[in-house]
Ligand binder design. Structure first.
Ligand code: SAH
Length: 281
């Protein structure tokens, strides 16, 4: 926690409150093995009870239990102002809704960054926001290669711009739609990151062949039964010729990408044109 003086004296119990605030996730992890250097996710939120949420299930949940990554939800409320721990106020200039205060968010951020490197290239600080850079697989890979990440979940109309600017906070969007809060966005982002951490997925090859990994959407998938409602699995997939399967999947991936995503298709074609022949999948 920084000792920089600010306009409002911090409550004496500030540090202790931050520990209380994250008591749930810490409790959750009590007695769990901690892998040294494991990826650390810290989430600042008004609703810490939303975590781990779906991240506690299935492969991401198992990996959390195994200590392959760690998750701390830091409640914003205890860093609020006054007896009522107010975290928001009306927007300057008027208009509907409320805005999360810069000073309150900053105190929570200080607590959330305890022991984390200040270098944003090693440990990004991200505000989930519809105005942000669109999240994609390349960004997930960049984040997964870091030591950890701190996420700030907005609520209401968002966060005072000054703390975003002053603390070099990246804005990242899940897409062109508006959620009521950043918590679901944070979980989606963390899910995409965590599954890239070595050991989290049973089959590491599956992250190499899936959608976006080579700029194409994934080919269609099929499984038993062989015949369902008069529909057969494409015979090439059950014929046992691996080279033919690979060729078919590639062609399907290209067809699908061209039909559905003009943007990805154009980028893919440009990449292929720049590549010497015979270097594709
Ligand atoms: N007034 C804001 C929207 C606020 S929505 C605007 O028009 O830009 C409340 C919070 O939900 C935001 O602070 C953000 O944390 C989260 N949120 C909403 N939509 C999101 C999206 N598409 N991606 C990531 N976070 C989002």
């Amino acid at each position: 926690m920084s000792d920089t003086p600010d306009d409002h004296p911090r409550p004496k119990s500030h540090g202790r409150l931050s520990i209380q605030a994250s008591a749930r996730p810490r409790d959750l992890m009590a007695g769990m093995p901690q892998v040294r250097g494991a990826y650390q996710a810290r989430v600042i939120t008004l609703f810490p009870e939303a975590f781990p949420g779906t991240l506690g299930l299935s492969l991401t949940g198992k990996a959390l239990d195994m200590g392959l990554w760690r998750l701390d939800a830091i409640a914003l409320r205890p860093f609020g102002e006054g007896r009522h721990r107010n975290v928001d106020d009306t927007p300057a200039g008027g208009g509907a809704g409320m805005v999360l205060r810069a000073d309150v968010v900053d105190r929570a951020l200080d607590a959330a960054m305890e022991g984390a490197p200040d270098d944003r290239a090693r440990w990004p600080v991200v505000y989930l926001s519809p105005r942000g850079q669109p999240f994609d697989q390349a960004m997930a890979r960049r984040f997964a290669a870091c030591e950890g990440i701190t996420l700030l979940c907005g609520r209401f109309e968002g966060v005072d711009q000054r703390v975003l600017d002053a603390r070099a906070i990246e804005e990242v969007s899940l897409g062109d739609f508006v959620l009521t809060g950043g918590e679901i966005a944070a979980q989606a982002l963390l899910d995409a990151i965590v599954r890239l951490i070595p050991g989290v997925l049973g089959n590491a090859a599956s992250t190499e062949e899936e959608s976006f990994s080579d700029g194409l959407l994934e080919h269609p998938q099929f499984t038993r039964p062989q015949l369902w409602e008069g529909r057969e699995i494409p015979s090439v997939l059950t014929g046992g010729n691996h080279a033919e399967v690979t060729k078919w999947r590639r062609a399907e991936a290209e067809k699908l990408t061209e039909a559905r995503r003009a943007d990805l298709w154009a980028a893919h074609q440009a990449r292929m044109a720049a590549k010497p022949p015979g270097r594709g999948r």
